[in-house]
Design a binder for this molecule. Structure first.
Ligand SMILES: NC(=O)c1ccc[n+]([C@@H]2O[C@H](COP(=O)([O-])OP(=O)(O)OC[C@H]3O[C@@H](n4cnc5c(N)ncnc54)[C@H](OP(=O)(O)O)[C@@H]3O)[C@@H](O)[C@H]2O)c1
Length: 188
């Protein structure tokens, strides 16, 4: 069965974006980006909230992104090869291939996708991830901790979720970013 992985780049104090919605401090450098490319290479499906999808869509629709460097081109190819599920009540159409819209987050549908999927699933947005955490669907965390304290903003991990975790792997990068890979323990 495929795993559902919550993947995020967070400040040390636990935010994916600061109070102004800014996350330029979270942009990975080349070393971390190459590592993320390798982590994402076997991923079969990305689960996105509508806004996150709109942030990512350029990896297929805007060739200037991929043309920036071989590293960016590699990521664009990885992203285009994966399936995308966009959760939205308002989005009428998508502008990328291998993409479908879901009007509600249905834990049972995600569970079925995990059984049938050809590769692991990544949920990369905290609010959507919160719904997956609460449904007991998250198997692993890929948490990148940026060397920043931002004091507030959008939390990387939800309130009211309590989980025991096993550390599977860790890695430090020259930029001061740290990668932590945890597996969630099943408590029920
Ligand atoms: N740290 C980083 O590296 C990084 C990178 C990129 C972005 N970010 C940050 O990540 C955040 C993105 O999160 P966000 O909350 O702004 O946007 P988001 O979750 O990607 O999008 C929110 C939208 O998703 C849809 N949605 C969410 N749950 C749903 C459900 N259960 N059913 C149906 N639709 C659902 C809704 O769309 P509709 O309104 O269409 O119904 C909702 O308005 C931003 O704050 C951004 O700054 C951080």
């Amino acid at each position: 069965m495929a795993k559902l992985i919550y993947s995020a780049i967070s400040s040390l104090d636990g935010y994916v974006a600061d109070e102004d919605g800014n996350f330029d401090w979270a942009v990975p450098d080349e070393e971390a980006h190459a590592f993320i490319n390798d982590l994402d290479r076997p991923v079969g499906t990305y689960l996105y909230g509508r806004r996150m999808y709109e942030t990512m869509v350029g990896w297929e629709t805007d060739p200037t992104l991929a043309n920036e460097s071989p590293l960016m081109e590699d990521f664009a190819q990885i992203w285009q090869a994966a399936d995308k599920v966009v959760y939205s009540k308002t989005l009428e159409a998508v502008s990328t291939t291998r993409t479908r819209i879901e009007r509600d987050f249905d834990p049972e549908a995600v569970r079925r996708t995990k059984v049938l999927a050809r590769g692991d699933l990544i949920v990369g947005e905290p609010e959507l991830a919160a719904q997956a955490f609460r449904a007991g669907l998250v198997d692993e965390l890929h948490l990148f901790v940026a060397p920043m304290v931002v004091g507030g903003g959008k939390r990387s991990l939800p309130y009211n979720v309590r989980l025991k975790l096993d550390l599977l792997d860790e890695r430090r990068f020259g930029s001061g970013m740290v990668y932590l890979n945890y597996r969630t323990r099943r408590t029920r």
